[in-house]
Design a protein around this ligand. Structure first.
Ligand code: MIG
Length: 751
């Protein structure tokens, strides 16, 4: 193996908004995206790889100065010092504090095709991020691989899993920075795992040393910058935020309808039913089984009458079978991935021998997207993309398999995202003004633009529950707000206690889906005995009560990239306690709710409350922050704490998001000492009319000093579905409640 070092800068020039530095081995290009975002791309090829993730263009090059030793680029927020001999990239705040520097010894180098950058490790440095990665919140001392993998039976330390998000945030000396290594090859991150205490490093098997450096101070701002660069989710259909019932598989239309009607009979709120792979004819994508799902339209119409939406699964593998439309067309037009001799690559998966669409090709994307009429015509509105790592029996897609000009090793990590993109674009076209729901298992940075994601095949254990919600929180750091885990655990059977506990935690997860593997016990809420059913029902009702708050939380994700589920590290970055493995699973749900996951076998839990005052939601009891409290945690009452000053919007219990409700929007305020603010957002929940101004938005402010709650005049053309606003006050001494008519002008309430 050869090592090739980057060497010294021979020439430095500025052209096309870029600073270009040549060494004998390579070319480094520096571009500026904003005062807090700088890209460095070091390549040995003529042309650097194009990005799948980034949707923004660089702006003009900032001021730079050159001396014999170094080039310095200054933005209002950052100083990049580029040492010429040897070539090294060192980032500082504008006032000169070190944020992240190349390891002066090694910097960037290559070993054969592998490219690696070694960075200086700071004594107190912590790392968070990388999305769907097991392990602790603080990733210091760990190393990870990105290589999208179908990981059934994965454990709580398995790596890699299904997705690739090569973005992390570094914290040290009271400073923050972010780094996005935009390289789709198999990649590696070492956060000081090598324990020489001098180096952290990241690299990939091929491609360029291409990274975006984020220098904003504060994790919120870094997430905002990262999602500005790679895109944000759009408003999800409101129904997808309700309770979702899935199963591998409900085997017939009858079974699907029976489960749906049981929800209504037992008055357990729900919005979604799923069809897993068995709805198809011989697992052929875009077909329906003629015996067991003989009349899909009739079934979906009946579901609609009960206010249920249907989501169906699709896999990438297209069965080799003459006469099957997708196979014939794909072959005729050369739409499948191939071996170098031009023959389509073949592997076995559910339908038997299959070929795999080349989702990297735009024409193939179009074709794939248009095929969804087979599902949309009978009325499907949600599209679940599975097995897109891509997965096939035996896993091992050979390295010589080609997707257009590219070979498998450079595209594997983006295949799933490109499938989700093809699905999203296709169904958007077909459904017109209706919002689709897309769910994918494999993903790369930027997937939030097209799809929600779930974390794959977890197991029914307490450890998996805790780990899973840590994954959700970590995904939030990498721009993925709309995400969830299989509630109850996919593989094996949960105890009734675990089912109840996990469901109560699922209420505070962006996506609430109960899903289970074939061969496990049925998992619906009424399978656990009357007493447990009552608890599960109550918790799902709580989810529906909170929908106005949750929907506004998603609006915030669309505007700022801030996720709904937030590790405490986002807002309490400098509090060591939030990284303590004992408390690392805790998170904020939206702006004001702190959730403490608790395993199912204990009835009390130590909960760390960070700075500020907190109220227990269930009891109203008040606690000082910066302390550990021992909280009662029976299965009926997951520890949920409300931040002092909280503004939380709720509604009455409805059986689905289609139900109109009583027209009362409850405005709950918990007393505090500092002014607080919440952006309340509403629209029709189903169309894109909000893009034409059909939304309803108010900024709600609570100012304890003035004893006022002010709702700014409603912005937008949408008429709220609530005609009354009912103020409910907590922690104000005398219980107070007031009702006002929901007119669009500014409302001031004094107390
Ligand atoms: O080889 O479609 O992760 O959610 O139920 C297993 C059947 C294929 C894996 C998914 C799981 C789904 C299952 N699928």
């Amino acid at each position: 193996m050869q090592i090739e070092i980057l060497g010294n800068a021979d020439t430095v020039s500025a052209a096309n908004n870029a600073l270009i530095i040549n060494t004998p081995q390579a070319q480094a290009t520096v571009t500026i995206y904003s005062p807090t975002i700088i890209r460095v791309c070091i390549t040995r090829n003529k042309e650097a790889d194009a990005s799948f993730a980034v949707i923004k263009q660089p702006v003009s090059l900032a001021e730079h100065t050159e001396t014999t030793k170094a080039v310095e680029i200054n933005t209002s927020a950052l100083k990049l010092v580029i040492n010429k001999s040897p070539l090294r990239f060192n980032f500082y705040t504008a006032d000169g504090k070190a944020l992240s520097e190349d390891d002066p010894r090694f910097g960037t180098n290559w070993q054969d095709s592998r490219v690696i950058t070694y960075r200086k490790l700071y004594p107190d440095e912590k790392f968070i991020g990388l999305g769907e990665k097991t392990g602790d919140l603080n990733r210091r001392g760990s190393h990870y691989v990105n290589w999208n993998t179908d990981a059934p039976f994965h454990g709580i330390t398995t790596d890699p899993l299904y997705k690739t998000f090569p973005f992390f945030v570094g914290l040290h000396s009271g400073l923050t920075y972010g780094l996005f290594f935009d390289n789709t090859h198999k990649s590696y991150f070492d956060f000081g795992a090598t324990t020489d205490e001098q180096t952290s490093w990241f690299g990939a098997d091929g491609g360029d040393m291409n990274y975006y450096f984020f220098g904003a101070q504060g994790i919120r701002q870094i997430i905002q910058d990262y999602t500005w660069l790679t895109g944000r989710m759009e408003m999800p259909p409101l129904w997808s935020l309700g309770y979702q019932q899935c199963r591998w598989s409900y085997m017939s239309d009858e079974e699907v309808l029976e489960v749906a009607s049981t929800f209504r009979e037992r008055q357990i709120p729900a919005d979604v039913m799923y069809c897993d792979i068995d709805y198809m004819e011989g697992f052929k994508i875009f077909t329906w089984n003629k015996d067991t799902f003989a009349n899909p339209k009739k079934m979906i119409d009946q579901l609609k009458e009960m206010d249920f939406k249907l989501i169906t699964i699709v896999d990438p593998g297209i069965k080799i079978e003459k006469g099957y439309q997708q196979y014939d067309e794909g072959m005729e037009r050369g739409y499948f991935a191939t071996y170098p001799d031009g023959q389509p690559y073949t592997a076995s998966v559910w339908p038997g021998r299959c070929h795999f669409p080349d989702f990297l090709n735009d024409e193939v994307k179009e074709w794939w997207g248009a095929s969804f009429t087979a599902l949309t015509e009978p009325g499907v509105e949600g599209f679940w993309n599975d097995m897109n790592e891509p997965a096939a029996w035996g896993q091992n897609v050979p390295w010589l398999v080609k997707f257009g000009k590219r070979f498998m090793p450079e595209i594997r990590n983006v295949y799933g995202m490109e499938m989700a993109k093809a699905t999203y674009n296709g169904v958007r076209k077909i459904l017109g003004n209706k919002r689709p729901f897309v769910l994918t298992r494999a993903a790369y940075s930027g997937t939030q633009r097209y799809s929600a994601i779930w974390t794959g095949d977890n197991s029914a254990s307490d450890e998996h529950m805790l780990m899973g919600h840590r994954l959700v929180n970590s995904l939030g750091i990498t721009g993925i707000s709309f995400t969830g885990v299989d509630i109850g655990g996919f593989i094996t059977d949960p105890t009734p206690e675990l089912m109840v506990r996990w469901n109560s935690l699922g209420v505070y997860t962006p996506m609430l889906r109960n899903h289970s593997s074939e061969g496990t016990l049925r998992r619906e809420p009424w399978q656990w005995g009357e007493e447990n059913e009552a608890i599960i029902k109550k918790d799902i009702e709580q989810r529906y009560r909170l929908l106005p708050y949750i929907y506004s939380g998603f609006y915030q994700s669309t505007q700022t990239g801030l996720p709904l589920n937030r590790t405490l590290a986002i807002d309490y970055t400098n509090d060591e306690k939030v990284f303590d493995t004992k408390y690392q699973n805790q998170f904020l749900f939206g702006d004001f709710m702190l959730i403490a996951p608790v395993i199912s076998t204990v009835q009390t839990a130590d909960v760390y409350l960070p700075e500020g005052d907190w109220y227990r939601l269930s009891s109203g009891e008040k606690f000082k922050g910066k302390q550990v409290v021992n909280a009662a945690a029976p299965l009926t009452d997951l520890p949920v704490f409300i931040k002092a000053g909280a503004i939380i919007l709720m509604q009455n219990i409805v059986q689905s998001t289609a139900e109109k409700g009583d027209g009362i929007l409850e405005l709950h305020i918990w007393n505090g000492t500092k002014p607080t603010e919440f952006v309340y957002y509403e629209d029709d929940g189903t169309t894109y009319n909000y893009e034409k101004g059909e939304y309803y938005k108010r900024v709600i402010t609570f100012t304890p000093q003035q004893k006022t709650i002010v709702l700014s005049a409603a912005e937008g053309k949408f008429t709220s579905r609530y005609n009354t606003i009912k103020l409910v006050m907590h922690g104000f001494g005398k219980a107070a409640s007031k009702e006002v008519t929901n007119k669009n002008d500014e409302i001031t309430i004094t107390y």
